[in-house]
Design a protein around this ligand. Structure first.
Ligand SMILES: [Cu+2]
Length: 161
């Protein structure tokens, strides 16, 4: 009886230790590196967020590198900013010689991985700018992740490289 009790106690202790250690060791850990946006001007007239290019009009696009140091994936599911009427996750794809943008509902950031948002690839589209975005300006953008929740970032406006 005494032996059985001891085994049970040890088993309970091991179980408790595992339960305590688990939450700290698992989960995604997202950081956003070098967020920047191309310049854009507040515009009147029609939206052309889904045109052939990012040139002109009242749109801009935000680029960065999403890094996940955690041991579980996370998923970017949306973004918001005060500087635009609409903020969407987009991807540019080549169809023959034509670059086409399309909205993307989810972007997975793999465990211990990274995803680059860059010109001619994934980007955060700002549609219907409410103010001019000039080189050197900064503005706030909030990225929404499935597990990590909202991550606010400060974006700097830069000339397209
Ligand atoms: Cu776009």
């Amino acid at each position: 009886m005494k032996g059985l009790l001891r085994v049970l106690t040890v088993a309970t202790l091991v179980g408790l230790l595992a339960a305590c250690a688990a939450p700290a060791a698992t989960g995604p850990r997202i950081t956003i590196q070098d967020p920047w946006a191309r310049p854009g001007a507040m515009g009147m007239g029609m939206e052309h967020g889904h045109g052939m290019s990012h040139g002109g009009g009242s749109t801009s696009a935000v680029y960065f590198v999403a890094i996940n140091d955690g041991d579980q994936p996370d998923v970017l599911i949306g973004a918001a900013s005060d500087v635009a009427e609409k903020v969407e996750i987009h991807e540019t794809k080549m169809e023959g010689d034509v670059a086409k943008m399309q909205p993307v509902p989810r972007v997975e950031i793999p465990a211990r991985g990274r995803v680059e948002f860059r010109p001619r690839g994934l980007h955060i589209m700002l549609i219907g700018l409410k103010r001019d975005l000039k080189v050197g300006d900064t503005f706030n953008l909030t990225l929404r992740f499935e597990k990590s929740g909202e991550i606010p970032i400060s974006v700097t406006v830069k000339e397209m490289p």
